[in-house]
Ligand binder design. Structure first.
Ligand code: DAH
Length: 353
């Protein structure tokens, strides 16, 4: 009886195994034929009931059947797994003949690179960064800088007026007045990078919006030697150790004396070339000793305090440093331009093309 049962179970198992086609089917097969509650296990529990002479033979048969079914299931399992893997690989196949996707990274605008570099140079000299509004009053943009209403210097600084006395600042110099008032007569050492505006027709060398970095130092016993040493260090850090500077007399209403600062031409090392128009020098910024009227109007006693100030055109420095031929390129957001100036993680600029 039991032997017949075993034969039936084996036949059924073989047919089930043949039909199996998924991993789930294999799990079911194991449960049905090999697990504790399987039909084979049930027969095993019958073993004790057989007469001893039949017990041995039936036991062996049972074990053989179990081993055979187990082998067949494992073989089926391998076959199914191989098939499933094949299907998965086919489904996930990557067509390596497709052209790759180009993750285009831009570059930091050289304007910002230069602004950050200039800022860092002055931060390392102990300057702090100050801020001021771009929409300014006539008072701060002109009056407090010793440029009264009828002053001819205003002609060179026409701008966008919001109302008669409110305008877009023409330079970063009003931050001098804001900072002096906020410092309430205490020593000052600030720079202010920021946007400035003038009524200008845009071309390769003019832009109605541009940017400056203002500098201001006020303390006791500040003299023009401090101005020169500070700007010389700036020139060397920005344009290279070999650069020399030259101060030429100039005029600004808010400084006295006023200077124009030139550096020796990096192209010819000061010998004279087409870039410096044969002079050996290139103008980079304006500055001077803070005018006593400016000190007085902004809360300092000119008999006790003195100071120097300067204004650097950021685009001008970037143009000189990187040989850029058109100021408008800084603002046009053209990736072909930005691609040429990529900032590496450790600083420094390199030209890609
Ligand atoms: N504000 C001046 C301009 O825009 C630049 C300048 C010159 C700033 C001399 C200064 C300075 O602080 O001392 O033309």
């Amino acid at each position: 009886m039991e032997l017949e049962n075993l034969t039936v179970i084996c036949q059924e198992a073989k047919s089930d195994i043949q039909k199996a086609s998924t991993s789930e089917d294999v799990i079911e097969l194991r449960n049905k034929y090999l697990a504790k509650k399987s039909a084979l296990s049930a027969l095993l529990s019958e073993l004790g009931k057989l007469p001893p002479e039949e017990r041995k033979e039936f036991g062996q048969k049972l074990n053989q059947a179990r081993a055979e079914i187990s082998e067949l299931i494992e073989a089926k399992d391998k076959e199914i797994k191989a098939e499933e893997l094949k299907k998965k690989l086919q489904a996930e196949e990557i067509d390596i003949s497709l052209p790759g996707r180009n993750n285009d990274v831009g570059g930091q605008n050289p304007f910002h690179v230069v602004k950050d570099e200039i800022t860092d140079i002055f931060l390392n000299m102990g300057f702090e960064v100050a801020d001021g509004p771009e929409v300014e009053t006539d008072l701060f943009n002109f009056e407090l800088l010793n440029i009264p209403k009828d002053h001819p210097a205003r002609d060179m600084q026409d701008t966008f007026y919001i109302s008669e006395n409110v305008l877009l600042r023409t330079h970063t110099s009003p931050v001098q007045a804001h900072s002096m008032k906020a410092a309430e007569g205490k020593p000052l050492r600030i720079i202010c990078p920021g946007k400035t505006y003038r009524r200008d027709d845009d071309d390769a060398t003019h832009s109605h919006q541009f940017a400056q970095i203002e500098g201001l130092v006020i303390d006791r016993n500040i003299n023009i030697g401090h101005l020169k040493a500070t700007l010389e260090l700036f020139a060397k850090k920005m344009f290279g150790e070999k650069r020399e500077i030259r101060l030429r007399p100039s005029y600004f209403p808010f400084t006295e004396p006023s200077v124009e600062v030139d550096i020796t031409c990096a192209n010819c090392d000061g010998k004279g070339c087409s870039m410096c128009k044969g002079t050996g020098y290139i103008e980079i910024l304006g500055g001077g000793m803070v005018h006593p009227n400016v000190l007085k109007m902004n809360g300092y006693d000119p008999d006790v305090y003195s100071g120097f100030a300067f204004g650097i055109g950021i685009e001008r420095v970037a143009i000189l440093r990187y040989g850029i031929d058109d100021i408008r390129k800084f603002y046009q957001n053209d990736v072909r331009f930005l691609h040429q100036y990529r900032k590496r993680a450790y600083g420094g600029i390199y030209h890609v093309s």
